[in-house]
Design a protein around this ligand. Structure first.
Ligand SMILES: Cc1cc2nc3c(=O)[nH]c(=O)nc-3n(C[C@H](O)[C@H](O)[C@H](O)COP(=O)(O)OP(=O)(O)OC[C@H]3O[C@@H](n4cnc5c(N)ncnc54)[C@H](O)[C@@H]3O)c2cc1C
Length: 408
């Protein structure tokens, strides 16, 4: 028998986080209209810490809650209901995945100097891998690092470094070994900001609705010139030539976290849609009584249901240390489309109100388009998934193992 019961402990923690998000974070969004962001977030964080809600997946010996993959997934799905949720618990991207990398690969010196202030919520970190020269195929990066005594000197460019303009630390990937095999040519460097060698040119304007507040909270997406950037050798993270491996490790968590927050956003959008169609009548009947509208809601509910099952199944595999790369790629693509469809439907059912800035739907709609690009675009994941389907067929005579078949 498959047991879908969520362990009591995980249920209890989800309940506490749900209450915190609904009673503290959602109302705090309103407060941001008339109080400085720093004060609002400071208060929220103090309340969260007082309740023992902090850095959910970080081990207790490092000051976190030490949640396993399942409990963390449940918690993240709650946090995503408010854009202050993850920030309040110091588990916002892109910081969270990089904290994991430092925890796993950092030297004692690096953990003391860089990880501790991140975990305390005193500092923020960004991740600079993508360049104009290379994104989906990150092995095309051109930024070069050359050893000079106890230092490395980096030259090149980066773009779409999220949160760089609010970060105190940047993790920068650069080519150290041009003659090595393609995936071993790159290393990762910890860079203290601000730094004359890491020059932020601008925050790139994007299709996502812009606001001063959004930039303060999210930090924008920076274009960066790297010019004679001097980095001490002791800041080389994870060993020379290991940058690519570590980057992938980091992205794997990031993909799932995006997915968990997508479920939360989609849930909130579907709730809004249900409320709207219940209250609004056209042509003499509430929208909620139209079968066409019910079908629209049904399709959203189906997608949300599949999304939840995927995430919980992946969490189950992660708890047991099982290989979850195929499911992770499938879910990454599915969840990005799911949230787009649900938010789009909610926007449609709100009519002109949905298109206005009087609800968050329009803003969400423009933000979530990026989900199909970040952490590997759709096509690259589908390419990998498709290759695994063929491999499975060749190995077992059936594609089941590449299509969730080990569930049955
Ligand atoms: C909002 C946002 C935030 C980001 N944050 C960060 C960050 O913090 N740090 C960071 O380093 N990067 C970040 N990125 C960059 C992101 O990781 C890249 O945009 C992504 O990897 C795609 O790279 P690219 O944009 O260069 O597209 P390209 O590599 O030029 O690819 C363009 C398109 O080609 C198609 N494609 C590519 N390869 C294949 C293939 N093999 N088969 C079929 N089709 C293919 C896909 O449709 C793809 O979208 C961010 C991007 C966005 C939009």
């Amino acid at each position: 028998m498959i047991d879908f019961e969520i362990p009591e402990e995980a249920k209890a923690i989800r309940e506490r986080v749900r209450k915190f998000v609904q009673e503290e974070c959602v109302p705090a969004e309103e407060e941001l209209q008339h109080r400085p962001y720093k004060d609002v977030l400071g208060d929220l964080r103090a309340k969260a810490r007082a309740q023992g809600l902090w850095c959910p997946f970080i081990p207790p010996e490092w000051g976190g809650m030490g949640l396993g993959p399942l409990a963390n997934a449940l918690v993240q799905m709650e946090l995503g209901e408010s854009y202050l949720g993850a920030l309040a618990l110091n588990t916002q991207g892109p910081d969270d995945a990089t904290m994991l990398t430092l925890l796993t690969h950092g030297t004692p010196f690096q953990k003391e100097k860089f990880l501790k202030p991140l975990l305390a919520g005193d500092k923020r970190i960004c991740y600079s891998m993508t360049e104009k020269a290379a994104g989906a195929d990150a092995t095309g990066m051109q930024t070069r690092a050359i050893r000079d005594g106890d230092n490395w000197v980096l030259n090149g460019e980066k773009w779409f470094s999220s949160a760089a303009s609010v970060a105190d630390i940047a993790v920068v990937m650069a080519k150290t070994d041009p003659e090595a095999p393609r995936h071993q040519q790159f290393s990762t460097f910890i860079v203290e900001l601000p730094n004359p060698g890491y020059q932020i040119q601008r925050n790139i304007k994007t299709m996502a609705g812009e606001s001063k507040l959004g930039e303060i909270i999210g930090g924008g997406h920076a274009e960066v010139i790297i010019k004679d950037l001097v980095v001490p050798h002791e800041n080389l993270l994870g060993g020379q030539g290991q940058g690519f491996n570590m980057g992938q490790h980091r992205l794997a968590y990031g993909r799932l976290r995006h997915g968990m927050h997508n479920v939360a956003m989609a849930q909130r959008a579907l709730d809004m849609a249900a409320k709207r169609v219940t209250e609004r009548s056209t042509f003499g009947k509430p929208l909620a009584e139209r079968q066409g509208v019910q079908w629209m809601l049904a399709d959203c509910a189906s997608e949300l249901y599949m999304a939840r099952l995927m995430l919980l199944h992946i969490a189950y595999k992660a708890e047991r240390g099982m290989d979850l790369r195929q499911e992770n790629s499938i879910a990454k693509v599915f969840l990005a489309h799911m949230v787009h469809k649900v938010v789009d439907t909610a926007l449609q059912l709100h009519g002109a109100l949905g298109y206005s800035e009087d609800t968050p739907l329009a803003r969400w709609y423009t933000q979530i388009r990026s989900q199909r690009l970040v952490d590997g675009p759709d096509e690259v994941h589908r390419w990998t998934v498709g290759r695994n389907v063929i491999k499975a067929y060749q190995q077992y005579g059936t594609t089941a193992s590449a299509a969730g078949g080990d569930l049955i």
